[in-house]
Design a protein around this ligand. Structure first.
Ligand SMILES: Cc1cc2nc3c(=O)[nH]c(=O)nc-3n(C[C@H](O)[C@H](O)[C@H](O)COP(=O)(O)OP(=O)(O)OC[C@H]3O[C@@H](n4cnc5c(N)ncnc54)[C@H](O)[C@@H]3O)c2cc1C
Length: 533
């Protein structure tokens, strides 16, 4: 965990160190945030139209220290990406990335005062990022360059969205000519090592890949060779570790653009189910980004106002602590939660399982869980993590709920306990047949194998059937109101369903309070018909 002590590092570069652009020559700073690459980069391409261009990354103290929300492994990955970006610039342009430290608005303001324009790639953000970007626009005139395929500035962004995103994915890359611009660098004295030392960055997670575009290209090339096996590898947490692409942290930091990955895969893989499934997930990436673009509130507020505060009055610190520590008495959940904290990555199904367990069975407030994921996931992107949390919990108010049964997931995805035994070693000697319900292991078997439930491994912290029934009843009581709310244009707009406002209105008509005598019991059955058990 990063040190809470304030760093000894000054804000850098100091205004006096910033070069004044030559008279009559245009000069542009490219402010890199998450797009840590030089190719297919709309802001780099825009800046390279100037006579001089200066690429910069500003280490922002808000992202460091105990309030920073990112684990040290993610920060370490970011630092790898920055070293790699510096090398990319040196390789193509002979000058590297300027590293600065401080409030980015203040630092960029000094460049502005010295006569530089500032550009950055536009990207959906929430919470702190919205305010930072507003200040960047108003206080130092930063121009945000749109070029990520998202739809902005229209009332109904989902109209024709699929066609729009397809056109972007298949379009030519943003290019620039390093010979036609002089790339400049300011010596600030700030190094990645200084930042690590000042903030006590000390990654402890295992299996974390190396960051940067060079490593991303290697992952992509290796994945293309095994893409045929992708569909069989997605669901099991053991198979997924090396069987999915592993590209998520690279896409998070923009080491490659989604478009670069898409075009490489389409050009280099056979037409097969694996390619189709993978490409659909690249669309999902953009679909979730569009959601955050449409409504920054996803990070803090339930999409559906009727469901705001659902579970809040049941907050139980002991249950939350057991979930975080992987000590719930449900082996698949415990293995997954320990794997998340230990490696910063989980496959989709296990992420969804642990959300469902937390919200539908433990019945705890969603945001605390989502923040825990955001802290530990090396690939955490606000646009996917928080929107997935809200979707998996059911906070949109759709009629169907995706719910996962933690016992069935053992039988389906880890029947021989490979994953469970790796992360929950206290169950090492428990026979496979009992891994889905350790608490039902006969006493003589417990004695023989030395696993004593309630002593060496916890009993379930909640009773599965009772908790499930209770949640169903609580949700059934508000479900019609939630459907009504989803039909309201402002709520439909923020939900940003792929079918747009028409899809939201159809849900309201079918499941809302005027839907024609939907009883609570019918609602309950409908609601859970689409579960993912
Ligand atoms: C609660 C929850 C939180 C999640 N948080 C994140 C997150 O913060 N960052 C993140 O990248 N993914 C997140 N996902 C989606 C998914 O679990 C990861 O993208 C995937 O496990 C990353 O591994 P991969 O790159 O090998 O995936 P692959 O299967 O190889 O997929 C390739 C890429 O497609 C995109 N993608 C895949 N699945 C999804 C999805 N369901 N929704 C949106 N995009 C998807 C990602 O960019 C991913 O890197 C979350 C899922 C859940 C259920």
């Amino acid at each position: 965990m990063a040190s809470p002590t304030p760093p000894a590092l000054p804000e850098q570069p100091q205004p006096a160190a910033i070069p004044t652009p030559p008279d009559g020559e245009s000069s542009t700073v490219v402010w890199h945030r998450d797009h840590l690459r030089v190719a297919d980069h709309p802001a780099v391409a825009a800046a390279a139209d100037a006579d001089h261009m200066l690429p910069i990354f500003v280490f922002d103290p808000s992202f460091y220290g105990t309030d920073g929300l990112a684990c040290d492994a993610r920060i370490g990955f970011l630092h790898d990406c920055l070293s790699d970006l510096d090398e990319q610039y040196r390789a193509v342009a002979g000058a590297g990335l300027t590293l600065a430290h401080g409030d980015p608005i203040e630092v960029l303001g000094w460049f502005r005062d010295a006569g530089w324009d500032v550009v950055a790639a536009d990207a959906p953000t929430g919470r702190y990022g919205v305010e930072r970007d507003r200040r960047a626009r108003s206080e130092c005139g930063v121009s945000f360059v749109d070029g990520d395929g998202l739809v902005r500035g229209v009332d109904r962004p989902r109209d024709g969205w699929q066609e729009h995103i397809e056109a972007w994915l298949t379009a030519d890359h943003d290019t620039w000519d390093p010979e036609a611009v002089s790339v400049r660098e300011v010596e600030t004295g700030i190094t990645i090592e200084d930042i690590d030392a000042a903030y006590g960055v000390d990654p402890t997670k295992s299996k974390v890949p190396t960051g940067g575009t060079t490593a991303a290209r290697r992952h992509l090339a290796e994945f293309v060779d095994r893409i045929r096996a992708y569909p069989e590898n997605i669901s099991s947490p053991v198979d997924a570790r090396d069987g999915t692409s592993g590209l998520s942290p690279y896409l998070k930091f923009g080491c490659l653009s989604v478009r670069q990955v898409y075009q490489h895969v389409v050009a280099n893989t056979p037409e097969c189910r694996g390619t189709k499934m993978f490409v659909s997930r690249l669309f999902w990436n953009k679909h979730y980004e569009q959601k955050l673009q449409d409504w920054p509130g996803w990070l803090d507020t339930a999409v559906n106002p009727v469901l705001e505060g659902f579970n809040a009055d049941r907050r139980d610190p002991d249950l939350i602590a057991a979930w975080k520590a992987g000590e719930t008495g449900y082996p698949m959940v415990d293995a997954s939660m320990r794997c998340l904290a230990g490696t910063g990555w989980l496959n989709f199904r296990m992420r969804a399982l642990c959300v469902s367990f937390y919200y539908h069975l433990l019945q705890q407030p969603w945001k605390e869980g989502a923040d825990w994921y955001h802290h530990h996931l090396v690939d955490s992107v606000a646009s996917i993590n928080y929107t997935q949390w809200q979707s998996q919990c059911g906070l949109v108010g759709r009629p169907t709920l995706r719910r996962y049964n933690p016992r069935k997931q053992v039988r389906d995805q880890d029947p021989h306990g490979e994953f469970i035994r790796e992360w929950v070693p206290e169950l090492e000697a428990l026979p496979d047949d009992h891994l889905d319900r350790p608490e039902h292991t006969p006493v003589h078997v417990q004695s023989e194998c030395g696993v004593r439930i309630g002593e060496t491994y916890p009993r379930p912290v909640v009773d599965y059937d009772a908790a499930r029934k209770e949640f169903d009843e609580r949700l059934a009581a508000v479900r019609a109101d939630a459907a009504d709310a989803l039909g309201r244009p402002e709520i439909a707009g923020r939900a940003s369903l792929s079918g747009g406002r028409d899809a939201a209105a159809a849900i309201a008509r079918k499941h809302g309070s005027d839907s024609g005598g939907d009883t609570a019991e019918q609602s309950r059955l409908d609601a859970f018909g689409g579960g993912a058990e």
